[in-house]
Design a protein around this ligand. Structure first.
Ligand code: SF4
Ligand code: SF4
Length: 285
C-alpha cells in the first residue's frame, strides 16, 4: 500500500514520540483566529512570515481554504502523520469552525491522526464531539494549578460573553482544565499538557503542575521556555536558559514523562518538526 494511505498509529505522532519525529511530520491548519482568554505573554499575529513561534501565522484560513491547502500539500508529501489545529487563537473559542474543519478532514483523510491544542476553557463541553470527529491527541496548556499564581499569568477569561479577571478568572480556567483532562482520559484520548516556563512567575510551581497533571492521568508534559514578545505585559521577562530548562524537566520527570524535542511551532507549521519555517507554511500554499 502507498505510504500516503497507510493508517497512522498513535505512536507516529512526532510531538508525542521523539523517535517518530525523525520520519513523520505534522501540519497545522490555522483556522482559529480568536481566543477566549488573554495570557500575559501572548500577542497573536496573522500576517507574519518571518517569526517562528506559537500564535503566529501568515494568514487565517476558512475551513474550506484549509481543506484545499491540505489536499495540495498531501498530494506531494506522504510523510505527514498528524493534522492538527493549534491556533493562532484557541481552537475552541469558535468551536464550530474547528469542528467543521476536523470533521471534513477526517472524512477525506481517515488514515491520519487528528490533534488539537487548546487552553482548555471550552473543552469540557466538546470532548465527545472531538472524539467522534476522530481526534486522538489533545494538548492543554496549563501554566498554573493554583489560581494565586494563575492570576498573574492570565489577564482575563471570557465565558458565555462574561469576562472575568484576577483570581476568579484563573480559578474558572483551572477548574475547566481539570474537568476536561479527566474527561479526555475517560474517553481514551492521548493527552499532554504544555507549560510555559515563566521565570519569576511559575518556575517554582512546575513541580506542583507536574504532580497535578499526573493525578489527572495526563500522558506527558511539555515544558516550553517563554519567548518574550514585545507589546505584552511579560515582554521584559527573560527566557529561561537551557540549563534552567534541563533542571526543571529533570526535577519533574519522576512524576510525568517529559517532552524534550518540541520546536515551538507556528500555527501554520508544516512538515517535519525541524523543517525550516515558514517557507512551507500551510497558509502560504
Ligand atoms: Fe494566546 Fe493561546 Fe493564551 Fe489565547 S490561550 S492568549 S492564543 S497563548
Ligand atoms: Fe509539536 Fe511542539 Fe510543534 Fe506543537 S509546538 S507541533 S508540540 S513540536
Amino acid at each position: 500500500m502507498n505510504k500516503a494511505h497507510e493508517k497512522r498509529s498513535l505512536d507516529q505522532h512526532p510531538c508525542f514520540h521523539r523517535s517518530a519525529s525523525q520520519h513523520w511530520g505534522r501540519i497545522h491548519l490555522p483556522v482559529a483566529p480568536n481566543c477566549n482568554i488573554q495570557c500575559n505573554f501572548c500577542n497573536r499575529r496573522y500576517d507574519c512570515v518571518n517569526e517562528s513561534r506559537p500564535g503566529v501565522t501568515s494568514r487565517v484560513l476558512t475551513p474550506p481554504q484549509a481543506l484545499t491547502a491540505l489536499s495540495r500539500y498531501l498530494e506531494w508529501r506522504s510523510d505527514i502523520a498528524v493534522i492538527g489545529i493549534a491556533g493562532p487563537g484557541d481552537p475552541l473559542c469558535d468551536s464550530e469552525r474547528t469542528l467543521e474543519t476536523l470533521r471534513a478532514v477526517h472524512a477525506v483523510y481517515p488514515e491520519h491522526l487528528l490533534c488539537l491544542s487548546t487552553n482548555g476553557l471550552n473543552l469540557p463541553g466538546h470532548i465527545d464531539e472531538l472524539a467522534d470527529a476522530g481526534v486522538s491527541h489533545v494538548t492543554v496548556t496549563v501554566n498554573a494549578v493554583d489560581p494565586c499564581i494563575g492570576q498573574r499569568i492570565y489577564a482575563s477569561v471570557t465565558v458565555d460573553h462574561q469576562t472575568y479577571q484576577g483570581h476568579e478568572a484563573a480559578k474558572i480556567l483551572l477548574e475547566r482544565q481539570e474537568e476536561a483532562v479527566i474527561g479526555l482520559k475517560k474517553r481514551g484520548l492521548t493527552v499532554k499538557i504544555n507549560t510555559v516556563i515563566l521565570p519569576g512567575i511559575n518556575t517554582k510551581h512546575v513541580l506542583a503542575i507536574a504532580r497535578k497533571a499526573a493525578e489527572w492521568g495526563v500522558d506527558a508534559m511539555n515544558c516550553i521556555p517563554l519567548i518574550p514578545v514585545s507589546g505584552t505585559p511579560f515582554m521584559d521577562i527573560r527566557t529561561p536558559s537551557d540549563c534552567e530548562m534541563a533542571a526543571i524537566r529533570k526535577s519533574v520527570s519522576g512524576h510525568i514523562p517529559q517532552i524534550y524535542h518540541c520546536r515551538r511551532c507556528r500555527a501554520d507549521a508544516v512538515g517535519l518538526l525541524g523543517a525550516v519555517e515558514p517557507v512551507g507554511a500551510v497558509s502560504a500554499l
